[in-house]
Every structure is written in structure tokens, then in C-alpha cells.
Design a protein around this ligand. Structure first.
Ligand code: BV8
Ligand code: ZN
Length: 252
């Protein structure tokens, strides 16, 4: 049951921020960072593979992992949570989507101006000179269990291409980070969907919103309620909770 005070806050909001993590794409078949890795990578944890050190040590293993994940993202479809977030933009004066995810399911659901704090699987660049390849990568066709894959070479300096994501120990794109922080400090409601909130500085976004007086809503089957005022928890799957919230708040 969605609290009436939350529905009122949604209807009165001038600006809503939607902050998402891996959980919003789980129902589209994309594993979260909590899910143990499978196949070639089953003996690794995601955080250890998502580092420049891992790429330098074994570029084929890491590039293979990201091509497998890009394949999963290409094969996946936006789920009812992504679609409800896109629809929400039509009901409120201003909506800002901020994501930690490197897939493009928000955009494919119709969300515009999505702020990617941790980059994208679809924007590789050269590890050495930083340049992007002239043409986009082809369709990824990886075996289910994954495989080692030699990264393509840069046409300019012959360096190795790397995934266009932010690895642990690397700083976030400053324009994206500043836009996300500004939106959090300027919103009336922030929906925090499918995130464990352990990776920084991204995890500061919902905290900044709460500290700036906004209502914060955690949507997560394992939601962590801090029991503060102006804080709500919708304990359940994003694919059910987000459409229900939007429908009940803005049903004609
Ligand atoms: C940096 C891209 C600065 C790559 C990613 C302060 C304190 C402590 C540590 C630090 C700190 N500041 C910095 C650090 C270090 C580090 C960090 O935060 N470490 C953590 C682990 C403690 N941060 C960094 O390294 C950052 N960079 O600080 O640079 C710097 C630089 C140079 C010099 C000096 C300083 C960079 C961090 C970014 C790393 N890249 N992704 C890739 O994807 O491969 S992070 C990656 O992991 C994701 O993007 C995301 O951010 C995170 C995973 O978290 P979630 O998305 O929340 O997913 P998770 O699986 O954890 O949870 C899923 C949730 O969904 C669960 O709660 C589950 O219950 C829920 N769920 C499941 N199913 C559903 C659901 N919810 C709804 N519906 C469902 N159906
Ligand atoms: Zn190069």
C-alpha cells in the first residue's frame, strides 16, 4: 500500500530525480553486482574485474567480460520499471534520470537526458590516447559462458580499446557528477531504485537530496529504511513498484 502522503508529494513535485542501480535492470535479465559471476569469470568478483589494474594484467579476460555484458545489454529489453520512469516524465514539470548502470535500457524505454555516472558499455575508447574509435563496435556475439577476447586496436596509436565505463579508482566524468549533485540538491522527490548504495561518490546522490529537504523513496526488495522523516520504502521489485507508484500518483 503506497502511503497517501507519498502520493501527495509526487503530485506536488516540481522536480523529481530518479536514481537507479543494477536492480532496475535485473528484471531485464542483466545480472546485478550482487549476483555471483558465471562462466569464465565465476572465480572473480565484479569489483576486482572493473579496475584498470585487471585490464592491464589480463586485457583479454576483462574485454571478454565487457563484450559478454554488452551482448546481454543488447539482447535485453526495457522492463516495466524503465517504461514507468519514462512515462513519469510526462506527468511532472521536470524529471532527471541519474543512473549508475552502463546499459542503455533507460534510453531505449524513452527516457531523455539520462545522466550516466559510471559511463556506458557502448562508448569504448583507447586506453592509451583516450580517443574513441571512428566507427562503433559491431554486434557482440559471445558464447554464453564467455571467452577471452583480444581488445580491438586504436587506429591512432595502436593502443588497446577499453570499455567506456568508470572503473574503481577512476574519477567520475565531472560534468555528469556535477549535474547529478545539482539535480539532487534541487529536487522535491528522489526515487532511489534498485541500488545497494555502497559505491561512492554515486551513493551521495540520495543523501544530498534528503539533506536538501527532498522526500526520498527507496524501491528495493531488500530495501534499507533509515526511518528518517521524509523517507519512504517500497519493498518489492522495481518492475511492480514503480508502475504502481506512477499509476496511483497520476492515474487520470
Ligand atoms: C573514485 C562501472 C576517486 C563499471 C562502477 C568513500 C567511501 C568508501 C569507498 C570509496 C569512497 N570513495 C571512493 C571509494 C572507492 C570506490 C568505492 O565506492 N568502493 C566501494 C565498493 C566501497 N569508488 C570508486 O572507486 C569511484 N571512483 O572514488 O575515484 C578518485 C579517483 C582517483 C583518485 C582519487 C580518487 C568509482 C566507482 C565506480 C566504479 N564503477 N560501474 C562496470 O559496471 O563494470 S560501480 C558499479 O557497482 C555500478 O555502477 C554500481 O555503482 C555498483 C553496484 O551497485 P548497484 O548498482 O547498487 O548494484 P548492486 O548489485 O550492488 O545492488 C543491486 C540492488 O538492487 C540490491 O540492493 C538488490 O536488493 C536490488 N535489487 C535486486 N533486484 C531488484 C532490486 N531492486 C529492485 N528491483 C529488483 N528486481
Ligand atoms: Zn589510441
Amino acid at each position: 500500500m503506497i502511503p497517501p502522503t507519498l502520493l501527495t508529494a509526487m503530485r506536488a513535485a516540481r522536480h523529481i530525480v530518479v536514481f537507479t542501480g543494477a536492480g532496475v535492470s535485473a528484471e531485464s535479465g542483466i545480472p546485478t553486482f550482487r549476483d555471483t559471476l558465471t562462466g569464465l569469470w565465476e572465480r572473480f568478483d565484479a569489483a576486482s574485474l572493473a579496475t584498470p589494474q585487471a585490464f592491464l594484467q589480463d586485457p583479454e579476460l576483462v574485454w571478454g567480460w565487457y563484450e559478454w555484458r554488452r551482448m546481454k545489454a543488447v539482447q535485453a529489453q526495457p522492463n516495466p520499471a524503465h517504461l514507468a520512469i519514462a512515462a513519469l516524465a510526462r506527468h511532472v514539470p521536470k524529471l532527471t534520470v541519474v543512473t549508475q548502470n552502463v546499459d542503455d535500457l533507460h534510453e531505449r524505454a524513452g527516457s531523455a537526458g539520462v545522466i550516466h555516472l559510471h559511463g556506458s558499455l557502448h562508448k569504448p575508447h583507447c586506453f592509451d590516447c583516450g580517443r574513441q574509435p571512428a566507427k562503433a563496435l559491431g554486434m557482440p556475439l559471445e558464447p554464453e559462458g564467455g571467452r577471452r577476447l583480444e581488445p580491438p586496436r586504436c587506429k591512432h596509436c595502436d593502443g588497446r580499446l577499453r570499455p567506456g565505463v568508470v572503473w574503481f579508482g577512476e574519477s567520475l566524468p565531472s560534468d555528469a557528477m556535477h549535474a547529478a549533485f545539482a539535480a539532487a540538491q534541487n529536487c522535491d522527490v528522489l526515487l532511489s531504485i534498485g541500488t545497494s548504495g555502497v559505491v561512492y561518490p554515486a551513493a551521495e546522490v540520495p543523501i544530498l537530496a534528503w539533506e536538501s529537504g527532498a522526500v526520498v523513496v527507496h524501491i528495493n526488495p531488500h530495501a534499507v529504511a533509515h526511518g528518517e522523516e521524509r523517507e519512504y520504502t517500497l519493498a518489492g521489485a522495481a518492475g511492480e513498484q514503480v508502475p504502481a507508484l506512477v499509476q496511483q500518483a497520476f492515474a487520470d
